[in-house]
Design a protein around this ligand. Structure first.
Ligand SMILES: NC(=O)c1ccc[n+]([C@@H]2O[C@H](COP(=O)([O-])OP(=O)(O)OC[C@H]3O[C@@H](n4cnc5c(N)ncnc54)[C@H](O)[C@@H]3O)[C@@H](O)[C@H]2O)c1
Length: 312
């Protein structure tokens, strides 16, 4: 019987959490319906019980939650531009799926759902760093949907006594992030292109900055959130990031060194719904979880380039 369920297990972050659990010898079930996830992301996860299913279907949710103690809920249509193009699909795969999962989890006696929240809920307020006492101000359908999920988690803690926790991720990057999609994280796209000697495009002037967070830090935060005392974390939300930001222009320069790319970037139109700067205050996750980033940006970027180099 699986103790842990990972939703979105064929996606970038879900497969990374599942791999870490399996490496610890845990019993893991994963669910995905390959909306954006990839079958190749399941390679190496053969010890996981995998269910191909869509969480917008309550029958699938009931099936995958049975016997589970802790859920890591990573499944979502995780893209700002896609939500701008098709807000209904975003709502279905983020909000409907999350609510179905929570109902099934409660009925199955799941103790805790750890939810992949998003820094996008802060919107474009100029205050930096973003801290959890700020009022959310989502500006895209994606951010609205991610915020709705958070509120559902907290409400289920309040009214049904579940120990749900939200981790608001800030721009996660690392091995297994899909570089082929137009909607991919910018680092995944840059790594693939620059390793292939192709010119990457920076949308906007490149001065925009992000608190890029290496995947191992996000996985560690999830494991800590699963293990933290319920009375400390139930119904809470907190930032998971590194607490430092870097601009796209600086990132491009670092990548030139790592990939041996000699050219300049192209500059294109800013993308609809993109915010200018993003930087997290990570003190709450430290206080509640004992979280501290273990891999800094430069080392994370080095490992990521290495992975894409070998994956080419
Ligand atoms: N990558 C980031 O920088 C980032 C930042 C903030 C928050 N997040 C959140 O982290 C989570 C994981 O993101 P990711 O980058 O790994 O994205 P991803 O697209 O690689 O993974 C999401 C996975 O969920 C699956 N999925 C979507 N809808 C589903 C459904 N209805 N039923 C079953 N499976 C479904 C997809 O097929 C995919 O495999 C998402 O919830 C996302 O909103 C990611």
């Amino acid at each position: 019987m699986a103790k842990y369920l990972v939703t979105g297990a064929a996606g970038f972050i879900g497969r990374s959490i599942a791999a870490a659990l399996l490496a610890r010898g845990e019993s893991v079930r994963g669910v995905d319906h390959f909306l954006t996830g990839k079958r190749e992301n399941l390679v190496g996860l053969e010890a996981m019980e995998f269910v191909e299913g869509d969480l917008t279907d309550p029958v699938v949710c009931a099936h995958v939650c049975s016997g589970v103690e802790i859920v890591f809920h990573e499944a979502a249509l995780a893209s700002v531009p896609r939500s701008v193009a098709d807000p209904i699909a975003t709502n279905r795969n983020c909000v409907d799926a999350t609510l179905n999962l929570l109902v099934a989890a409660r009925e199955a006696g799941v103790r805790r759902v750890v939810y992949a929240g998003s820094s996008s809920v802060y919107g474009e307020t100029p205050t930096l760093p973003k801290h959890e006492e700020m009022l959310p101000a989502p500006i895209t359908p994606y951010a609205v949907a991610k915020l709705a999920g958070e509120h559902y988690l907290a409400a289920f803690s309040r009214v049904y006594g579940m120990e749900n926790v939200t981790l608001r991720y800030f721009n996660v990057f690392g091995p297994h992030q899909d570089p082929a999609s137009h909607y991919s994280g910018v680092l995944a796209i840059f790594c693939r292109k620059m390793l292939a000697g192709e010119q990457p495009t920076i949308h906007g002037d490149g001065a925009q900055s992000r608190d890029f967070t290496y995947i191992d830090n996000v996985v560690a935060a999830n494991l800590l959130a699963a293990a933290a005392p319920g009375e400390k974390v139930a119904g809470r939300f907190m930032n998971v990031a590194t607490g430092s930001a870097i601009s796209l222009n600086q990132t491009f320069d670092l990548l030139c060194g790592l990939t041996n790319y000699k050219g300049k970037p192209a500059y294109g139109e800013p993308r609809s719904g993109d915010i200018k700067h993003s930087l997290a205050d990570i003190r709450l996750a430290k206080e509640l979880l004992g979280y501290a980033p273990q891999v800094d940006f430069a080392e994370g970027l080095r490992r990521t380039v290495e992975w894409y180099r070998n994956a080419q």
